[in-house]
Design a protein around this ligand. Structure first.
Ligand code: R5P
Length: 288
């Protein structure tokens, strides 16, 4: 088995290769300084993969990383890879899981179709809607990253976990069971892409350290609104934990509402403190 990392997921690929005790194949991404002069992506595998089971790790965000994923899969196949497992830690385009308006592309299906051209199977994590896994014409599995956050929470100064909305409940429940800490949830209404409204609910958080656990932090609007509500109700400390930290727009400003922010390495950032490599390694071993 060989592990190949795209430039969106190099640290995770390295950690995964060490978990799996498999060689990491070096890749060159930039033929000219900064890529091709016109901005096109470039990849070159620097080690042999002929006859190997290749585990290719690359999140599909932001957009140029999608092209890199397709180039890497094709390069691995052309170089004779026997089997190709695509590990897409963060599956960008997962939110376009249906045609909201006539004429739209169903982005999740578009990506699924193209990944399946070269991959034999796909592993991903904390997708917006697990139903999109059925859009892949190959075996596709969602791996949970919550045990990784749960392990972090077990050691942290945290009294209670909180899901900011009903959708995050399945994640928080799992983090709670691993960390052995209780959990609660709020109800959130999304007004637009940048604004959310939290339905007031009396929580037992006075004097407590509360960890908000979500699948994604994007603009940080959900976290900021939830943290404000927790402070109003007397929380002593507020942490925000997520699997995918995208941190776009005013996220850095919004996150000031928290005492600590923790994200995993599905999307590398200054807030990445937890690796989900053990979770993906276990899932790869279970593929058989
Ligand atoms: C929503 O369904 C997700 O679970 C997250 O709560 C949401 O994507 C976070 O977005 P933002 O950080 O922009 O509020």
């Amino acid at each position: 088995m060989k592990v190949v990392g795209g430039s969106a997921s190099l640290a995770l690929a390295r950690a995964l290769s060490s978990e799996l005790r498999a060689d990491l194949v070096d890749v060159t991404f930039e033929r000219h300084p900064g890529g091709f002069p016109d901005g096109e992506r470039y990849v070159r595998l620097l080690g042999p993969v002929a006859g190997d089971h290749v585990v290719l790790v690359q999140s599909t965000w932001p957009d140029p990383k999608i092209v890199e994923l397709l180039l890497l899969m094709d390069a691995a196949r052309d170089a004779g890879a026997r089997r190709l497992t695509a590990v897409v830690p963060y599956f960008g385009y997962g939110r376009q899981d249906k045609r909201f308006l006539d004429g739209e592309a169903v982005g999740a299906k578009t990506l699924a179709k193209h990944i399946a051209l070269d991959a034999d199977e796909l592993l991903t994590m904390a997708v917006h809607n697990p139903d999109i896994l059925h859009m892949f014409p190959i075996r596709a599995r969602e791996v949970s990253g919550m045990p990784a956050l749960g392990r972090y929470l077990k050691r942290a100064d945290v009294d209670v976990l909180l899901a900011p909305d009903h959708g995050a409940l399945r994640h928080v429940r799992e983090a709670a069971s691993v960390s052995g800490k209780p959990y609660d949830h709020l109800e959130k209404e999304r007004i637009d892409s940048y604004t959310v409204r939290i339905t007031p609910k009396k929580l037992d958080v006075r004097g407590k350290s509360v960890a908000i656990v979500d699948d994604v932090i994007s603009t940080g609007g959900t976290i900021a609104t939830t943290a404000k509500e927790l402070r109003t109700q007397g929380a002593r400390r507020v942490l925000a934990l997520c699997i995918h930290g995208l941190f776009v727009g005013k996220a850095a400003e919004n996150l000031k509402a928290c005492d600590e922010v923790v994200a995993t390495d599905t999307v590398p950032s200054a807030w990445t403190k937890v690796s989900v490599a053990p979770e993906f390694a276990a899932a790869i071993r279970a593929l058989g």
